[in-house]
Design a protein around this ligand. Structure first.
Ligand code: SAM
Length: 239
């Protein structure tokens, strides 16, 4: 089974960090991710959950195609509802917007107390998702980026905060606490492009417009983050 680059990164990250052996994939659509994980023995059992019948039927097809009927179970329902009476070690939610993902998490906060790890990939507004996570005692233990079909995606590995000393600031929310430190070429590409987008929007706004200042603030943050290496100094030659 060949996954898209985006789903492959999520599978690789799950393989690297997995705790336990049962995963629920929420909003699974074709069920490619859970089927891949079970077929490749990364986990032993999975739930492919979706709110709509069409995608669920597609997941059932994939499960049948790979002969995984006794290991991957397709469940119909909104968000975490289909797994509330089942125990899972890990949850993945990918390919949705940040607002929807945080709503799904918020709806069953109690249930999530027993989940060891979450693997989240939002298509938009990663800052909103991180803000939600940090405000609700979750921490990000790894973040990775991938470019697939021209889009840059971020994958977060999330667990419950045990150590209250871990805190996050606004730049962590905006850029990602791990990504900001790694500063990969893809990270730079994303934020250089975003800077240009902001510049274009700003040029259309009068200086006294509230959005003008909001954007100016975001552009300043990008400048600070991307030029951090220069400002932290380093070794200078003697000559
Ligand atoms: N997770 C797959 C991926 O990353 O490729 C599929 C993503 S697909 C764009 C989003 C799926 O989420 C759709 O199949 C949709 O029906 C499902 N979905 C949307 N809202 C949902 C919700 N509240 N609960 C469960 N599934 C949902």
């Amino acid at each position: 089974m060949k996954l898209s680059k985006r789903l492959q990164l999520i599978a690789d990250v799950i393989s690297k960090y997995k705790q336990g052996s049962v995963l629920a994939d929420i909003g699974s659509d074709h069920g490619y991710l859970p089927c891949y994980l079970v077929k490749n023995k990364i986990i032993t059992c999975a739930y492919a959950c979706d709110v709509a019948q069409g995608p669920l039927d597609s997941a059932k097809e994939t499960i049948k195609q790979y002969g995984l009927e006794d290991k991957v179970f397709a469940l119909l329902g909104n968000g975490l509802n289909p797994i509330l009476d089942r125990e899972v070690d890990m949850i993945s939610i990918a390919g949705m917007g940040s607002y929807l993902i945080s709503e799904i998490l918020e709806e069953h906060r109690e249930y999530l107390r027993n989940v060891k790890l979450m693997f989240l990939q939002a298509n938009t507004n990663n800052d909103h998702l991180r803000k939600y996570l940090f405000a609700n005692d979750w921490i990000i233990i790894d973040e990775q980026m991938v470019k697939d079909a021209g889009h840059i995606y971020e994958v977060m590995v999330v667990t419950a905060r045990q150590n209250k000393a871990i805190t996050y600031n606004r730049k962590d929310e905006e850029f990602g606490p791990i990504l900001i430190n790694n500063q990969t070429p893809l990270f730079k590409e994303k934020w250089q492009k975003q800077y240009q987008v902001y510049e274009k929007i700003q040029n259309t706004l009068p200086h006294d417009h509230p959005r003008y200042h909001e954007i100016a603030d975001k552009m300043k943050m990008i400048e600070e983050v991307l030029h951090r290496e220069n400002s932290t100094g380093g070794c200078k030659g003697n000559g």
